[in-house]
Design a protein around this ligand. Structure first.
Ligand code: FAD
Length: 292
């Protein structure tokens, strides 16, 4: 199918984009187009105006901001930029592993992290990884910027707490804590596919060697991207023993709420949440101990 008719505007500034979004209730931001255009072709999305943000200068960056104590990622940063970044590979293995598992090279060359975050597809990898990392989303609208903890962004399938006039301009991730590690595990039916299940983990030890912080994000395991909160709470204060890892993986399974689809029945997906959580925790713990 071909999309329904729409107007097209290639904007040159964030202000211009925000003005167009505020003035046109049926406008949509166009970033990489790898989620929006398929929906438009199926006529599941019929925006009246496409606000193409690709020509806005200065929105493609990945840098650590010591004052904010955050890694900051601009809205036009593509999946491939994160996959190829030495900084991400060395210091943020959770993000690096999520980036390199997304789709195929064509998707990674055009798709943006911010577009994935805003699209709010529970089957997308970024939201699960960013929930584990306790990321924040910077939304810019008519009245300026607000910083939204990503845990408060997702309200339903393809639905966020962003206002229609708001553009995601930056995603922020806390700088790595001492003695911390992360990992992303994804099970896919074939290379380039969306996840059957994905699990992101970011954790840290305290000086005594027990677990100080634990973030676990689940992909395709519910009607929104989820945090496995019971499993996270269980781990804090515990030593990193295999029994505790196994129990946390079981609790993550209980925290999940997958539905049956062409990627498998519910009990299979739940079993995969448990196993992938166990694997991601094991690798993240190893990294927090100083391993690779
Ligand atoms: C064949 C194929 C395979 C894929 N496989 C995977 C996969 O394995 N894992 C995965 O996670 N994803 C996968 N994707 C999706 C891909 O990662 C998309 O790039 C991503 O989900 C959306 O990013 P985008 O920049 O393309 O956004 P777009 O498609 O341009 O936009 C998506 C939505 O977000 C909104 N939006 C975009 N940018 C902003 C912004 N800055 N502020 C506010 N709203 C914004 C748009 O209005 C639209 O509603 C796949 C896509 C395809 C086509």
């Amino acid at each position: 199918m071909i999309p329904a008719p729409f107007k097209y505007a290639a904007v040159r500034s964030v202000d211009e984009a925000v003005d167009l979004l505020a003035d046109n209730a049926d406008a949509k931001v166009l970033a990489g187009g790898h989620s929006l255009l398929p929906l438009m072709k199926l006529r599941l999305a019929t925006p009246g105006v496409l606000v193409d943000i690709n020509r806005i200068p200065g929105l493609d960056y990945i840098r650590e901001d010591e004052a904010l104590e955050r890694l900051t990622i601009g809205a036009l940063t593509r999946h491939v930029d994160l996959e190829r970044s030495e900084l991400i590979r060395e210091r943020y293995p959770l993000l690096w592993e999520a980036a390199r598992g997304i789709g195929d090279p064509q998707v990674r060359n055009r798709g943006t992290l911010a577009g994935s975050v805003a699209h709010a597809d529970p089957a997308s990898d970024w939201p699960a990884a960013l929930l584990a990392a306790e990321a924040e989303v910077v939304a810019t609208g008519k009245s300026g910027q607000r910083v939204i903890p990503i845990v408060r962004l997702y309200v339903g399938i393809l639905t966020t707490s962003l206002l229609v006039e708001e553009l995601v301009t930056e995603v922020r991730v806390p700088l790595p804590r001492p003695r911390s590690g992360g990992a992303y595990e994804k099970l896919e039916r074939k290379v380039g596919d969306y996840a059957v299940i994905g699990v992101g983990v970011q954790l840290s030890f305290n000086e005594a060697g027990t677990i100080a912080t634990a973030g676990i994000g689940l992909c395709n395991a519910g009607s929104t991207s989820l945090r496995a909160r019971t499993a996270e709470a269980f781990l804090v204060g515990k030593p990193p023993a295999p029994d505790n890892v196994n129990e946390a993986a079981r609790l993550a399974m209980d925290d999940s709420d997958p539905v049956e689809d062409d990627r498998g029945p519910v009990d299979y997906k739940q079993a995969m949440v448990r196993e992938l959580t166990r694997r991601a925790l094991t690798r993240a713990l190893e990294r927090a101990r100083g391993g690779k």
